[in-house]
Design a protein around this ligand. Sequence first.
Ligand code: IMP
Length: 186
Amino acid sequence: MKKLLFVTSNGRKFSEAESILKEYGVIIEHRVARIGEVRAEDCETVARHAAEEAFSRFGKPLFVEDSGLFITSLGGFPGPYSAWVKSKLGNAGVLRLMKGVRDRRAVFVGAVAFRDGKRAKLFVGKCPGRIAEKETDQGGFGFDPIFIPEGHSKTFAQAPELKETLSHRALALRKLAFWLAKSKRD
Ligand code: IMP
């Protein structure tokens, strides 16, 4: 396959994906586009629709990705509304909602939707963890400064090397890479 397009308006997502997929010999090219998100309860549906829309726009093999942070004690909120919550409340607002809450469990979910002329495939990665008590200073993007992956004590913002191995996006992208390698062999 020639270069695979990653259609996203988020340059940080692109850099993460580029570095992960390179290890598997998958070279990707960035296409910056704002694809309208359908209203849905899950990232999988949003990603599937976005891949269709992106393919109708670019007409080349591509993938898109949609993520969400699902906080257990908030009934999965913000989940599919993560981008909106991040832009309106920010990490400080999420921490306010979690003030005094002892159960701080959360799961990051990332859905990668691949589309070419013949195939539509979906790969999902989940990263369990917890919401930090305080926002950490630097690094990462989005909720990285308040998300601590399970079994660790640093946030994703403090430990980008952890993010590369066990983030929701890294897991979903590795599934994509394995599938691409397998479909090349078949
Ligand atoms: P979307 O997938 O771009 O719709 O992301 C939803 C929200 O989650 C946005 O506010 C992103 O900044 C945030 N987000 C997505 N991926 C990550 C991540 O890997 N770490 C932290 N926040 C993320």
